[in-house]
Write a protein that binds this ligand. Structure first.
Ligand code: BES
Ligand code: MN
Ligand code: ZN
Length: 460
């Protein structure tokens, strides 16, 4: 077949064979792997995606895959199995719940069996399979929530989805209402919601898989269900994409789903401040000064820098859990899209070991982040004549000054910030939520669970 030119082995090229003699399979799908020496993580993922597309195209319901036997430099079987599950699930994902006629009526792939070379690989393979499935389920949840439009996915809807998650998994879910936020003095969060008819929500999820006294990991996700910019109104072009401004929140829910499915022996808290940001007679105005829960005052020079306003109060709120570490996840700045594009999330942290853990988790999960500096020198860009700080620091280093703002609310915490503005969704023809960084976050938590000293693991 190679000689006849039916196939030349280019990566991702496929050829379907029928009725091969002496085989239990009706059809065999040959998949090009390219040059063995050039088989990188990225290429392996491309091959997996093309394979999934081909299986879908031919209407296969059942398949056995041997792609996990490919040799990829520096990657073991567990990694290959995980990637196979994740990439296959992601390739088959469709969001057609809001179409009156579903996009594609083809029979869906129901089962895929991954072959391992030897019996002794089975346990490793099965563990990786479970992890891949849990991550894929978390990614799918995050994608669904991200793709839902602002008129459906409101703060109340997100709160309901969190409660639903709490019914499916052992998660305690608490919703703080506007009155609770007033009582706590969350003036920054409340100010963003002033322009909206939808009440803001502060969603708190608690997963207790670790020892009762083990300090939790806290994940704080930006949940702007629509960001029009407020009085500092955004331009009309592509404004629809600001329905994705709750992808940080969605990734927290997705990661918690994965953690709960895997029953990780850790404690994890999710904190999701959620609001809309719209112009209105009652909305924040440029120059308004608000008082955050921490007591620090903020001059709102640009109402479109609203993410930091809702996150700062959520970070202060997270202090009450005495977290081991806090990670916030936010579609915070357009500047991050300019700096890093669609391939890496921006990472900034006040604790270097935490930054390193997150970078490593991202590399393993192929959901990478790249660190930017959080030097003190940048802080002065936030100086205000009238309040403790301004909410914007000018055009220069926009991602860094956004993080600098948050850092002022994380002084008591070991904290990292993931700016996911570039990675959380795709534009263009394939517009839609990606589910990132659920794989990074889940891997971070899996690694933490695995490195726990025996004494810190809960009794089985
Ligand atoms: N949600 C946006 C950030 C964003 C913009 C993400 C475009 C993805 C694409 C955020 O609330 C925002 O508007 N940020 C401003 C900050 C600025 C006013 C300092 C921005 O990036 O323009
Ligand atoms: Mn904004
Ligand atoms: Zn925003």
């Amino acid at each position: 077949m190679l000689r006849r030119g039916d196939l030349d082995g280019r990566p991702g090229q496929t050829l379907l064979l029928h009725n091969l003699p002496n085989l239990p399979a009706e059809r065999v799908l040959l998949v090009g792997g390219g040059k063995e020496k050039e088989l990188t993580d990225r290429r392996f993922r491309e091959i997996l995606a093309k394979t999934a597309a081909a299986l879908k195209q031919i209407g296969a319901t059942d398949a056995v895959s041997y792609l996990t036997e490919l040799d990829i430099k520096g990657r073991d079987l567990a990694w290959k199995v995980r990637q196979t599950v994740e990439v296959t699930e992601a390739s088959l994902y469709r969001f057609d719940q809001l179409k009156s006629i579903p996009n594609n009526q083809k029979r869906a792939l129901k089962r895929i069996v991954l072959a391992v070379a030897k019996r002794s690989d089975l346990a490793t393979g099965e563990k990786a399979l479970r992890e891949g499935q849990a991550i894929a389920a978390g990614v799918a949840l995050a994608r669904d929530l991200g793709n839902l439009p602002g008129n459906i996915c409101t703060p109340s809807y997100l709160a309901d989805q969190a409660k639903e998650l709490g019914r499916q998994h052992p998660l305690k879910v608490t919703i703080l209402e506007e009155a609770d936020m007033h009582a706590l003095g969350m003036g920054a969060l409340l100010s963003v919601a002033r322009g909206s008819r939808q009440p803001p929500k502060l969603i708190v999820l608690e997963y207790h898989g670790g020892k009762p006294d083990a300090p939790p990991v806290a994940l704080v996700g930006k949940g702007l269900t629509f960001d029009a910019g407020g009085i500092s109104l955004k331009p009309a072009d592509k404004m629809d994409e600001m329905k994705f401004d709750m992808c940080g929140a969605a990734s927290v829910l997705g990661a918690l789903k994965a953690v709960a499915e895997l029953k990780l022996p850790l404690n994890v808290i999710g904190v999701i401040p959620s609001s809309e940001n719209l112009p209105d007679g009652n909305a924040n105005k440029p120059g308004d000064i608000v008082t955050s829960m921490s007591g620090q005052t903020i001059e709102v020079l640009n109402t479109d820098a609203e993410g930091r306003l809702i996150l700062c109060d959520a970070l202060t709120y997270a202090e009450r859990y005495n977290p081991a570490v806090v990670i916030d996840i936010a579609t915070l700045t357009g500047a991050c899209v300019i700096a890093l594009g669609a391939h890496a999330a921006g990472l900034l942290a006040n604790h270097e070991p935490l930054a390193r853990e997150l970078l490593a988790a991202g590399r393993y999960a192929h959901d990478r982040a790249w660190q930017l500096p959080l030097w003190d020198e940048y802080q002065q860009q936030l100086d205000s004549n009238f309040a403790d700080m301004a909410n914007v620091g000018g055009r220069e280093a926009g991602t860094i000054t956004g993080a600098c703002f948050l850092a002022r609310y994380a002084k008591k915490l070991k904290w990292a910030h993931l700016d996911i503005a570039g990675v959380a969704w795709k534009g263009g023809k394939e517009k839609g939520s990606t589910g990132r960084p659920v794989p990074l976050l889940t891997q971070f938590l899996i690694s933490r669970a695995e490195s726990l000293p025996a004494a810190d693991k809960p009794a089985a």
